[in-house]
Design a protein around this ligand. Structure first.
Ligand code: FAD
Length: 289
């Protein structure tokens, strides 16, 4: 199996800046994220504080980012990483049952602005999950609700529906849904998650669903769940000025490390993370000589 020098998770300004700077340093990189890069970029109406770009729309900025990475032959693997495991001298990045091996990792996953639902954190691992395709076998013949924040969640829902006896899908976005007919779509507002030893109900504004499991599929997984053992401070990944996290070889940049939540700060930190990852790789190489 190919072992990459740097695995970059996230395709917002932080991840892409890390990618171009890793490539400039001649490192063998792999970038995971979205072909459309980042919803936080495309959704911006007008941007006036990114140096060199005057009064651009988010889509225009995205196009420039895309042109830049294409010009450097950087490709995006359109996959969502579910877990990152530190294995000693490398990291295993998991996409369902596929594993990618990287020597260093840069977390540039952005931040989820929405707060957890009441009851959500209490029932993690006891009926609440964040990777429907990973945990679907646990719900064979059971009733499951999926709260989906993006179109990718629809694919996970279609897969889970093959195993679950009943699947409710609660879309948190507008637009057409591509779901198999057996899935019941409920357009209502989730309010809280209830249970006893395990989850028993999803309470919506206008109804209460009796369920065995609930998957909350947001744009990003919280960093503490993504990387077991990572030090978190005030809901952000703790880093030093070199963007090093508490795990050697693991760096982080952008919104996931803290405020201010701004493009240029994210891009600057992506650059630092790539330089630090490259220096770490060079040190590893010297130690092996
Ligand atoms: P993001 O841009 O959030 O990118 C993270 C990416 O990682 C996403 O594509 C996400 O899908 C992906 N990802 C997450 N988890 C995984 C995973 N497990 N596997 C694979 N991929 C993953 N800032 C400004 O400076 N000026 C502005 O004018 C401005 N306007 C804004 C307008 C709006 C509507 C919004 C929402 C934000 C605005 N911001 C603005 C803030 C700015 O968008 C963020 O600070 C910036 O996008 C952060 O970049 P990032 O790279 O850290 O994360």
């Amino acid at each position: 199996m190919e072992r990459y020098d740097i695995g970059i998770i996230g395709t917002g300004p932080a991840g892409l800046s890390a990618a171009i700077n890793g490539k400039i340093r001649n490192k063998n990189i792999i970038v995971f994220g979205h072909e459309d890069l980042s919803a936080k970029v495309t959704r911006a109406e007008k941007i006036n504080n990114y140096l060199g770009f005057i009064n651009v729309s988010g889509n225009e900025l995205k196009d420039s980012f895309q042109e830049h990475i294409r010009s450097m032959n950087i490709e995006i693997v359109p996959e969502r990483i579910n877990n990152v495991y530190a294995m000693g001298d490398y990291f295993a990045l998991m996409v369902n049952d596929v594993i990618y091996e990287v020597k260093t990792v840069i977390l540039a996953t952005g931040i989820e602005y929405t707060r957890p639902f009441p009851g959500e954190e209490e029932y993690i691992g006891r009926g609440v999950g964040y990777c429907a395709t990973c945990d679907a076998p646990l719900y064979k013949g059971k009733t499951v609700a999926i709260i989906g924040y993006n179109k990718e969640a629809e694919e996970e829902a279609n897969y889970v529906s093959e195993l679950a006896s009943k699947l409710y899908y609660i879309p948190m976005y507008s637009g057409d849904l591509k779901l198999v007919p057996s899935i019941e779509v409920i357009k209502d507002k989730p309010m809280k998650i209830e249970g006893e030893d395990r989850v028993t109900h999803l309470v919506l504004k206008n109804q209460k669903l009796s369920v065995d499991g609930i998957f909350v599929l947001r744009d990003s997984i919280s960093p503490g769940q993504l990387v077991p053992g990572l030090r978190i401070e005030d809901n952000h990944i703790a880093v030093d000025r070199l963007m090093s996290t508490s795990i050697p070889g693991c760096f982080a940049a952008g919104d996931c490390v803290g405020k201010p939540y701004q493009y240029i700060k994210a891009a600057g930190e992506g650059l630092i993370a790539a330089i630090s990852a490259s220096a770490y790789l060079d040190k590893l190489k010297r130690e092996k000589l």
